[in-house]
Ligand binder design. Structure first.
Ligand code: CO8
Length: 257
């Protein structure tokens, strides 16, 4: 039983995790971190799930880490408990993650969205890393993933001033995959996840792994890594099915193996 999230299965092979702390604009306290990461890890192990949607409410995806919970903590406490290290579990999820962001995605909320693979933004979305205004800095990947996503000049602007950007500026900067009208966001997120989930699961997992490797390695090593993964797809039945279906001019029926 979870208190900070709702988990459902809105379409075939699609799971959805909805942040549900409306009284705090979905601020991410430790319980939320534990519940989100545990739910995502469990869904990741489920062979019947091909993509996971992570979303919030119309007003807030998540307005950051929980400031009320953090306020009294000392250095020794956050250091000893290695605060936020638990989020690394989400980075290890191999099933594609679709973030559907409406309203505020600030601080830890923006960082959580950036941990996902496809980032859909409603036209109401507002992104920012306002930690500096609280006398701290991003602590869940903001200085690293944001810089890789939008480059140094723009990341410095956001991280040093704490200003928010709207969906259009976020899209121009390369932070989001696509902008969707707010009222269409829930449907579009599920449709996108369903499209991914209908692909060969091993191929989708390999594709995710290959793209993510681009952030961890040199170009020549990355190209080699990609090529070896590409070779390995020829060991799957889905490769035979996908290519045979193309030749036979019919839709493929992937068995996810
Ligand atoms: N934490 C806790 N509670 C929050 C948070 C939050 N991040 N954001 C909003 N809330 C609460 C408010 O306190 C309020 O509660 P109450 O009704 O009890 O007063 C309720 O949610 C509604 O919020 P508002 O009344 O403020 O709603 P508005 O529509 O007026 O404003 C804003 C919306 C602009 C989003 C505003 O709430 C805001 O600025 N929130 C804080 C945003 C922020 O600074 N986020 C970054 C947090 S820090 C972080 O994420 C990473 C820190 C890394 C540190 C590393 C340490 C190891």
């Amino acid at each position: 039983m979870t208190e900070t999230i709702l988990v459902d299965r809105p379409a075939e092979r699609v799971a959805r995790i909805t942040l549900n702390r409306p009284q705090a604009l979905n601020a991410l306290n430790r319980q939320a971190m534990n519940e989100i990461t545990a739910a995502a890890a469990e869904l990741d192990r489920d062979p019947d799930i091909g993509a996971i949607v992570l979303t919030g409410s119309a007003k807030a995806f998540a307005a950051g880490a929980d400031i009320k919970e953090m306020a009294p903590q000392s250095f020794s406490e956050v250091y000893a408990a290695d605060w936020f290290a638990g989020w690394e579990t989400l980075g290890r999820v191999r099933t594609p993650l679709v973030a559907a962001v409406a309203g505020y995605a600030l601080g830890g909320g923006c960082e959580l969205a950036m941990m996902c693979d496809v980032l859909l933004a409603a036209d109401t979305a507002k992104f920012g890393q306002p930690e500096i205004t609280l006398g701290v800095i991003p602590g869940m990947g903001g200085s690293q993933r944001l810089t890789r996503a939008i480059g140094k000049a723009k990341a410095m602007d956001l991280v040093l001033t704490g200003r928010m950007i709207g969906a259009e500026e976020a899209e121009r900067a390369g932070l989001v995959s696509r902008i969707v009208p707010a009222d269409a966001l829930p449907e579009e997120a599920v449709a996108t996840a369903a499209k991914i989930a209908a692909m060969s699961k091993p191929a989708a997992m390999l594709a995710k792994e290959a793209v993510n490797r681009a952030f961890e390695t040199s170009l020549s090593e990355g190209l080699l890594f990609e090529r070896r993964l590409f070779h390995s797809t020829f060991a799957t039945a889905d490769q035979k099915e996908g290519m045979t279906a193309f030749v036979e001019k019919r839709p493929p029926e992937f068995r996810h193996g």
